[in-house]
Design a protein around this ligand. Structure first.
Ligand SMILES: NC(=O)C1=CN([C@@H]2O[C@H](COP(=O)(O)OP(=O)(O)OC[C@H]3O[C@@H](n4cnc5c(N)ncnc54)[C@H](O)[C@@H]3O)[C@@H](O)[C@H]2O)[C@@H](O)CC1
Ligand SMILES: [K+]
Length: 509
């Protein structure tokens, strides 16, 4: 796998293991890193005349000295501006000694429009806010609209959280990182600060990375294609899974129908809309292949479960917050069985704002149905206020802690959706698009998750696949997208996934 994400600490451990295993020593890895950055600069700006390299005191600065030396060797006018000096005897000190360009104090750095700047001030070792000189360098780059190439990470951004450690951070056009992406490259606002992200191979092997045992991945088909459902030739509709979606009352039925349609497009063999009596008529006029059944309360839900044995439920979209919803959740978790799943979204989450422990305890019982929760930032804070308010935690940490507390999968939505499983696995989604910021898009996502669960995909993989497909569908559809378009926009995405499954060509990365 090459989709593991390493925290800065895990990356330092991978460096250590790689150096211990050989063949590369620390300085050789640093030379490889610097060479990768210099090659990227020369490839993108073959006519670059003047390049400024900002070098910090640690190994990030060490990479910078290598870049400066190689660019000068290639005939570029390279200058070096240093903040602090590498510690004697360190790899960075050796890289600085091999660079014959005289380092000048960073306070004198003054780029001009058209220059290129290499930001090699701080990377994985950033431990405090940037100095006034470093902040001033950022401002000079911004004012002169300089193209910045960040080494490993834009200085000022935490590789762990993606948040600035102080108030300021570089905004790069390109960031070249090494071996694997770090959370800070994919979590906002770090993702935007990176510009285009390039992952360079510097000689740290896949087996070394595997030995680290990271349980965090970048979301994409490589993560879940092995369990993606493809209907067998002898299948029938109920073997492809039966999804049940709860409708709200007469004035709020649309959200549930969006979920239901998405569940059908997502491959569920049968979908039933469970509607209160007062909304049956309005639902009936809008449904064709989706079945309709009257369910007014938890007793009706239990009867439906005993009678039809659905494989996955969606509850929350447009339903209304309150006791009626909570009773349905308990009815499903307690009676549907551990082979079934419940996707709890929107009002389904908010309904537990005052009594979250009751949800966590019920979901934690071994025989309970599997729970997948899909909160956006506001809903997340309602259910997990302590976790949400802890500024030291990254979005990744927050989702993981929430999943452990919930005993279920958490899809913490946003432009950088994080999917976390109670077993510690997590994925950061990177194909998100602002096109999805449209009413009803979350209802569609819930329906896709349920469709994949109903077809037997494990909960973490189903949630990851649904998040990726949802965004991919929106991207391919493009501007003008509304939630109603999304179920149909899934078709080309599904077509490629299924084709890839059957011919093994790996058409989607
Ligand atoms: N062998 C290795 O370990 C490799 C490391 N690489 C590079 O090494 C980097 C990590 O190196 P380091 O761990 O030395 O960390 P950094 O180079 O990011 O910074 C560490 C140094 O900066 C100081 N510092 C941190 N924040 C500061 C601030 N805001 N103001 C002033 N000083 C500050 C620290 O006290 C320490 O001296 C990676 O980002 C990557 O660029 C690459 O060369 C690949 C190989
Ligand atoms: K940097």
């Amino acid at each position: 796998m090459s989709n593991e994400i390493l925290t800065p600490r895990e990356m330092a451990e991978a460096d250590r293991l790689a150096i211990a295993a050989g063949p590369f020593t620390g300085i050789q890895l640093m030379r490889n890193a610097g060479a990768a950055v210099a090659a990227e600069v020369l490839r993108r700006w073959p006519a670059a005349i003047r390049v400024h390299v900002l070098c910090g005191p640690g190994n990030n600065g060490g990479d910078g000295y290598v870049v400066a030396r190689l660019l000068a060797d290639a005939g570029v006018r390279a200058s070096v501006w240093a903040e602090g000096r590498p510690k004697a005897g360190s790899d960075a000190a050796q890289a600085a000694a091999e660079c014959t360009i005289e380092a000048q104090p960073i306070s004198g750095f003054m780029p001009e429009r058209g220059d290129i700047v290499i930001d090699a001030l701080y990377g994985a070792g950033l431990s405090k806010p940037l100095s006034p000189n470093a902040v001033s360098a950022i401002e000079k780059c911004r004012d002169a609209r300089i193209s910045v190439v960040a080494v490993d990470l834009p200085s000022g951004i935490s590789g762990e959280t993606g948040h600035p450690v102080g108030k300021e951070a570089f905004r790069a056009a390109v960031t070249v990182t090494f071996a694997r992406k770090k959370p800070g490259h994919l979590l906002h606002p770090g993702r935007d600060a990176c510009g285009e992200l390039v992952v360079a191979d510097i000689g740290i092997g896949a087996d070394t990375v595997a030995a680290i045992g990271s349980k965090c991945f970048e979301n994409g088909p490589a993560l879940w294609r092995g369990s993606f459902p493809t209907p067998a030739a002898d299948t029938h509709k109920y073997r492809r899974g039966h999804v049940a979606v709860f409708s709200g009352g007469a004035a709020s039925t649309g959200a549930a129908r969006l979920s239901a349609l998405a569940a059908a497009r997502g491959g569920a063999g049968a979908v039933t809309l469970l509607s209160p009596g007062n909304a049956l008529a309005v639902n009936a006029v809008h449904l064709t292949s989706v079945m309709l059944r009257r369910v007014d309360d938890a007793d009706d839900a239990r009867a439906f479960i005993a009678d039809r044995k659905p494989s996955a439920f969606v509850l929350g979209p447009g339903f209304g917050v309150g006791e009626a919803l909570r009773e349905l959740v308990f009815a499903i978790l307690e009676t549907a069985g551990s082979e079934t799943s419940l996707v709890l979204d929107a009002d389904g989450i908010t309904s537990f704002e005052d009594t979250p422990a009751s949800l966590f305890i019920t979901a934690g019982v071994e025989s309970a149905a599997t729970l997948v929760l899909t909160p956006h930032v506001g809903e997340f804070a309602r259910l997990f206020p302590g976790i949400a308010g802890d500024d030291a935690l990254s979005k990744l940490d927050k989702a993981r802690q929430a999943a452990a507390r919930l005993h279920g999968v958490v899809v913490y939505k946003g432009p950088d959706t994080v999917i976390a499983s109670p077993d510690g696995r997590a994925a950061i989604n990177s194909n998100g698009t602002p096109l999805l910021a449209t009413a009803g898009s979350g209802d569609v996502l819930s329906g896709i998750v349920a469709a994949l669960l109903a077809q037997g995909m494990p909960a973490f993989e189903a949630a990851c696949a649904a998040v990726w497909m949802h965004a991919e569908a929106a991207r391919r559809f493009g501007p003008g997208l509304i939630a109603e378009d999304l179920p149909l926009a899934l078709l080309p995405v599904l077509r490629d996934l299924v084709a890839e499954h059957s011919d093994g060509s790996g058409g989607l990365a």
